[in-house]
Design a protein around this ligand. Structure first.
Ligand code: EPZ
Length: 421
């Protein structure tokens, strides 16, 4: 087991490259299952969630090679169509394999991971969509089985919520279905467009990705392709918050500023100066941040739910009172108890967090509850007076590639220490 030991108070300065997007690499790697041949995916971040995805691909019969951030998948021979519980437990978002396994083999069997740290994570939209594409679906006691003894067929699917995962599963499964599929109220995240770009380079015919309606004109089969994963906008915003909280000056490279629209607005309202040029963002923070009246997390292009925890951490030491409303997940405030131990003054009332800014955090031992909550605690430690020890950082390793190295490069005093169980 490892912990982070952070001595706070260091001003973050310098430059850092942004990692590849976790939430783009995972669905794209799952989609390689549908390709008859070899795919080469570049800029895959080195994360435990990517490791888990590779383990599932290998379990299903694919040959997978990794060379740093390039992952090559040869899915010529797929020999299984079920994901065993132990692999499902390694990664909650394994449901992203549903559409690919079903479309490739005609059958898929997996256990729903059930809730996770941030909510129940239902998959009703995924299953209803697979039914509309022609699959028989059974869901008993958390064990899912979808099967279709003939090729899937196109359908018009209207999503009651623009679910990212459901949109991705439909796009993947419909790519080789017979006929045209239309997704109405589709998710519009940049990761959706990145998946569509990969599938189209494999021979799929997808249009409208990134907008509310996506059309997929099914083809017989897909070949392999080479693709570079887009930068991780969530990881980028997390480092921006670290700079903001330490009145720092940081330039982030290899990012797509357009993916961070609503996030940049929030940092500017908090008093930061932001300059974007090409694939870089320069953030310069004031000596004291300003509170923000209200932030409401929304589906893209609204303010991302994955940035809620880092921004609540940032607003905890701003001047004034801020309000954050988490509209996407039902229990994404677990980290706030740990922030309070560090001196934050936050009142949670259902989906709303009221943050009364304090002068500073105090370093104490804290426990990571989930991926983005853990990032919030790291940020608080960077700004805190004294030493913060953060345990259960395996949650952080799921989504941030070598976070301590990136932060140390920016002059943070942080180290990863292995402690016995
Ligand atoms: C993806 O999760 C991301 N994960 C999440 O990032 C991100 O927070 C989320 O999209 C929203 O942007 C990956 O891409 C691997 P959803 P996903 O389906 O697909 C409800 C991180 O920290 N819903 O858009 O699971 C659901 O309960 C992770 O990197 C249903 O009701 O998100 C939630 O309230 C966390 N039924 C809302 O929709 C369904 O069938 C958003 O879920 C599916 C979802």
């Amino acid at each position: 087991m490892s912990v982070y030991i952070i001595n706070g108070g260091q001003r973050l300065t310098g430059e850092a490259d942004v990692q590849g997007a976790k939430n783009s690499a995972l669905p794209i790697l799952a989609a390689t299952l549908l390709c008859r041949g070899k795919s080469e995916i570049h800029n895959c971040p080195e994360l435990s969630d990517v490791d888990a995805t590779v383990n599932i691909l290998r379990h299903l019969g694919c040959e997978v090679e990794r060379n740093g951030r390039t992952i090559t998948v040869d899915s010529s021979q797929v020999s299984a169509n079920e994901i065993p519980d132990e692999l499902m437990r390694e990664m909650r978002s394994s449901v992203i394999f549903l559409g690919a396994i079903l479309a490739r083999t005609g059958r898929v069997s997996l256990s729903t991971p059930g809730g996770c740290e941030i909510g129940l994570r239902p998959i009703d939209l995924h299953l209803d969509s697979m039914k509309k594409l022609g699959a028989e679906v059974s869901d008993e006691f958390g064990h899912i089985c979808c099967e279709s003894n003939k090729r899937l067929h196109g359908a018009k699917i209207s999503l009651s919520f623009p679910s990212v995962g459901a949109t991705e599963n439909i796009m993947i499964a419909a790519s080789t279905a017979e006929g045209v599929t239309t997704i109405v109220n589709a998710a519009r995240e940049p990761e959706i467009s990145d998946l569509a770009d990969f599938l189209n380079s494999c021979g799929a015919r997808i249009s409208g990705a990134g907008e509310g309606t996506i059309t997929i004109d099914g083809v017989e089969k897909l070949s392999g392709a080479t693709h570079t994963v887009i930068p991780d906008r969530i990881a980028a915003a997390t480092i921006m918050a670290a700079a903001a909280m330490t009145h720092g000056r940081v330039c982030l490279n290899k990012i797509i500023p357009a993916h961070l629209g609503p996030v940049i607005d929030v940092f500017e309202e908090a008093g930061c100066r932001i300059n974007t040029f090409g694939r870089s963002i320069l953030i310069e923070a004031p000596s004291r941040l300003k509170a923000i009246k209200t932030i409401r997390t929304m589906p893209y292009p609204g303010f991302p739910t994955d940035i809620q925890a880092p921004v609540v951490s940032m607003l905890s030491i701003a001047q004034g009172t801020s309000v954050v409303i988490e509209t996407i997940f039902e229990s994404r405030y677990k980290y706030i108890g740990e922030l309070a131990r560090m001196g934050a003054k936050i009142r949670v009332d259902g989906r709303m967090a009221v943050i009364e800014g304090v002068r500073e955090f105090h370093g104490v031992p804290v426990i990571t509850p989930d991926l983005r909550g853990g990032a919030a605690l790291v940020l608080a430690g960077l700004a805190a007076k004294g030493q913060t020890v953060i345990s259960q950082i395996k949650h952080i390793d799921r989504g941030y590639e070598k976070l301590e190295q990136t932060l140390r490069k920016l002059s943070a005093d942080i180290k990863r220490v292995d402690v016995n169980e």
